[in-house]
Design a protein around this ligand. Structure first.
Ligand code: PFF
Length: 452
């Protein structure tokens, strides 16, 4: 087994945790989780989501990191090599290919939304939104997304920023970014939670009840699929991201313990984002299901009312941009690592090329709110919604299921044991989860959604 990857290594276990948490914590937690939860009835959805994190998510994080640290290469080459070493067909590397493809899809959508976030940094800072009421905040958001030129400009800027960091490499780029941005993010989010507790009064309890009261009748299989998709998305699972980051992880650190830390950090941020957003929704008498615009409408209203809201609001969106950057760099790293391994082209060249492809694909999402408003792809969804649906509800769970099966049934047990360094009983327990429990859960949810 290689001790080093050719791409570089994290300088410590802590940096690995920050990088992996940086990947996990992103728009998925702060922007997507609240609105998807709101659209799917709240409590029941959150509880299924938490169940998916614990039962399927954590074991698959462990599986990805185990594979990555053993292979020390891009997912495509890692999966090919581990198949070979286990005496199996190298066809399994298609899972790596699928993952790289999914990375482009997700990054393309992500960059557009992250562009909105950066635009809101400027809007907040300029005092444009000071004192807005619900109606004008909604109108301001719609007006902005309909302005194709500025959406495109922000999308371009975000993509350049992402690729700049990726081009600098694992140590000088990604590590430096996560080392500063992640602690800052945690700090500010904690302050916002305190603000929400202190200022929203009775609406605070209402917000919490909305998130945690389990109403069984609200739960459809479609909602279960969404909850599962969100669990994969939020943990950056199913496309080889955690595998790639695992390839740069120091050999000694405990994988199960680290994986649990990542899941706890990620889940805390999602819950904290909910604690900030839902009470504000209820305190301002807004409807909780205003779709992707939830964060861009509700928060500006709340910040618009509070003292120091301009500074607070600006900082909030700055930090959401940070969360977005530390995730977006991880989406393209699997493909980037592969192309560097394959061609020995320099990283900056590879980053520029891949960034350009993701940028082009992103035009579809950028135009979904203006020029291509009426275009419908999958089942009446527009381009943006179709990409989101395809990636989160199909590609990630499918990829995760295949990675679990690969780890459980294809890779030699001795390899997994070597990386996990746990007792035999724990190893067997883990293996049965990735062999049977996690894949069956994904399969059942897929089938039930189709039969619905
Ligand atoms: N986990 C990120 C979020 O919650 O925003 C999104 C993500 C990052 C998905 C990296 C997939 C990925 F490979």
């Amino acid at each position: 087994m290689a001790e080093q990857s050719i791409h570089g290594m994290w300088s410590s276990r802590l940096i690995f945790v920050l990088a992996a948490a940086g990947s996990a914590v992103g728009l998925g937690n702060i922007w997507r989780f609240p609105y998807v939860t709101a659209e799917n009835g709240g409590g029941a959805f959150v509880l299924v989501y938490l169940g998916c994190i614990a039962l399927i998510g954590v074991p698959i994080v462990i599986a990805e990191v185990v594979l990555g640290r053993e292979g020390r290469q891009s997912p495509i080459n890692t999966m090919a090599e581990l198949s070979r070493r286990s005496g199996r067909s190298t066809f399994w590397q298609v899972v790596g290919w699928m993952g790289a493809g999914t990375g482009f899809i997700i990054l393309s959508v992500y960059s557009v939304i992250a562009g909105w976030v950066m635009a809101y940094v400027v809007r907040m800072a300029s005092g444009d939104l000071a004192g807005v009421d619900a109606a004008s905040a909604g109108a301001a958001f719609e007006g902005f997304t309909q302005d194709a030129t500025s959406v495109l400009g922000w999308h371009t800027l975000f993509m350049i920023l992402t690729m700049f960091i990726v081009a600098r490499g694992v140590g000088r780029g990604i590590e430096v970014a996560v080392k500063y941005l992640m602690p800052a993010l945690f700090f500010l989010l904690s302050m916002l939670v305190v603000y929400s507790v202190v200022t929203t009064g009775p609406a605070f309890a209402e917000g919490l009840a909305f998130m945690f009261s389990f109403k069984f009748e609200q739960l459809s299989w479609a909602a279960v699929l969404l909850a599962m998709g969100q669990a994969f998305f939020t943990l950056s699972l199913g496309m080889g991201t955690m595998m790639t980051y695992g390839a740069y992880m120091p050999s000694k650190a405990s994988i199960p313990r680290t994986a649990a830390m990542i899941a706890v950090l990620d889940t805390s941020v999602a819950i904290m984002a909910g604690i900030v957003i839902f009470p504000l929704v209820f305190a301002n008498d807004l409807t909780s299901s205003s779709g992707p615009g939830l964060m861009f409408v509700t928060l500006p209203i709340a910040f618009g009312q509070m003292t120091g809201g301009q500074i607070f609001g600006t900082t909030f969106f700055v930090l959401v941009s940070f969360a977005a950057v530390t995730s977006s760099i991880s989406m393209i790293e699997p493909a980037c690592a592969w192309l560097v391994e394959r061609t020995r082209l320099s990283r900056p060249k590879v980053a520029a090329l891949l960034g350009a492809i993701a940028w082009l694909l992103g035009l579809g999402s950028a135009f979904s709110f203006n020029y291509w408003n009426d275009l419908q792809l999958i089942g009446g969804l527009n381009f943006f919604e179709s990409m989101d649906y395809l990636a989160n509800n199909i590609m990630l769970p499918l990829g995760g299921m295949l990675i679990a099966l690969f780890t459980g049934w294809v890779v030699d047990r001795s390899i997994v044991r070597h990386q996990m360094s746990v007792s035999d009983a724990s190893l067997t327990f883990f293996l049965w989860i990735v062999r049977v429990v996690a894949p069956t859960a994904v399969f059942v949810v897929f089938v039930m959604t189709l039969l619905r």
